[in-house]
Design a protein around this ligand. Structure first.
Ligand code: ASP
Length: 341
């Protein structure tokens, strides 16, 4: 029996064309993509498609779009064997992270893909990305269950766990990496799966969480950062949680302004999640003197989470409106494979 795959088109470079007057790339509708990949009809799958009313550059992606995606995915979850989301690469890692928290207990694949070159260009990477993503979304184990049972990103011959990815190149075809977690699959002549789904908590049914807390801040620390100018951020009325991107293993300057701001912010109910600005490795609060104060004042270690996953996790956890201590406990747990324990 052919696998039933739903293709969801949100936009991105894959479906863009150059406006000859301005030279800018602009989005076209899904028929344009489909017309350029006639091979899709030859795949051994039953393909259906659905599009956002207006295709967008993924820089315009918002919580509202994530909710729209979750509605489409959950409404069609029982009908299809797998899902491919065509999405711009710029914010794909944010969307993949958000979807992984918003749709828990998946037993079917949700594969995000896109391209660096539009589908209408001769050297496009979009064709391979889309065709292989569909193949992965349709892949089954011998017992009939889906091979991939999570949110993942397929790009340039690699399949990555969605909430472990980050975009690393604006111009290379290898645009993504998953610095702290091995690829789920590598596509060569055959697709070699190396799935580590053990680190995703199994749930008996699909659980959908659509309520995300939008009042989240992000601050990247830099040498000589004038913390007093960032006092507006450490305001628990305006920002319910803040992701702090720190140096190395979670370190920051031993700065009393910063310690006071964070201490008062946490006392007022705010949550601070510490992730490293290094591209790989993990926060280890207390390893150096320059991070021990974080541990003492209640900053939560984001361990080896990407910034994209940390933001999505804070939005999801705070959107659940749990008790403060329960929110902290959730942040410290690995929920959907987003961090190593
Ligand atoms: N600006 C585009 C987007 O993210 C880039 C891409 O698709 O690769 O929508």
């Amino acid at each position: 029996m052919k696998a039933k795959i739903l293709l969801i088109y949100t936009g991105g470079t894959i479906g863009m064309i150059k406006d000859l007057r301005t030279g800018e790339l602009k989005s076209l509708d899904f028929n344009y993509v489909f017309d350029h990949i006639p091979e899709l009809e030859r795949l051994h799958v039953e393909l259906s498609s659905i599009s956002f009313d207006k295709a967008i550059d993924s820089s315009d992606m918002t919580y509202a779009h994530w909710k729209q995606l979750v509605d489409i995915l959950s409404d069609n979850y029982e009908t299809y064997d797998g899902f491919v989301v065509l999405h711009g690469s710029d914010t794909m890692a944010y969307s993949a992270s958000a979807l992984s928290f918003m749709l828990q207990g998946l037993t079917k694949p949700i594969i995000l893909t896109g391209s660096q070159l539009p589908i209408g260009t001769i050297r496009t990477d979009g064709k391979e990305n889309l065709i292989t993503a569909v193949e992965i979304a349709a892949a089954k184990n011998a017992d009939g269950s889906s091979t991939v049972q999570e949110v993942a990103i397929y790009f340039e011959y690699s399949l990555y766990r969605g909430n472990r990815c980050t975009k690393i190149s604006a111009n290379q075809f290898e645009a993504f990496t998953s610095p702290n977690y091995p690829p789920l699959a590598v596509a060569g002549v055959t697709i070699q799966y190396q799935l580590g789904q053990d680190s995703i908590k199994k749930r008996p049914v699909l659980q959908v969480y659509k309520n995300l807390e939008p009042r989240i801040g992000l601050l990247k620390i830099y040498p000589s950062i004038p913390f007093e100018n960032y006092a507006f951020l450490f305001n628990a009325e305006h920002f319910k949680g803040i992701v702090l991107e720190t140096f190395g293993a979670g370190n920051a300057p031993n700065n009393q302004d910063m310690i006071d701001l964070i201490t008062n912010y946490i006392a007022a109910g705010g949550i601070v999640l510490n992730v490293t600005q290094c591209s790989s490795g993990s926060v280890q609060q207390g390893q150096y003197q320059t991070s021990s104060f974080f541990e003492k004042i209640g900053v939560v270690s984001g361990k080896d989470m990407t910034t994209e996953a940390a933001l999505a996790k804070l939005m999801y956890v705070l959107g659940r409106n749990e008790k403060h201590s329960d929110s902290i406990a959730l942040l410290q747990q690995n929920i959907v494979g987003e961090m190593s324990v």
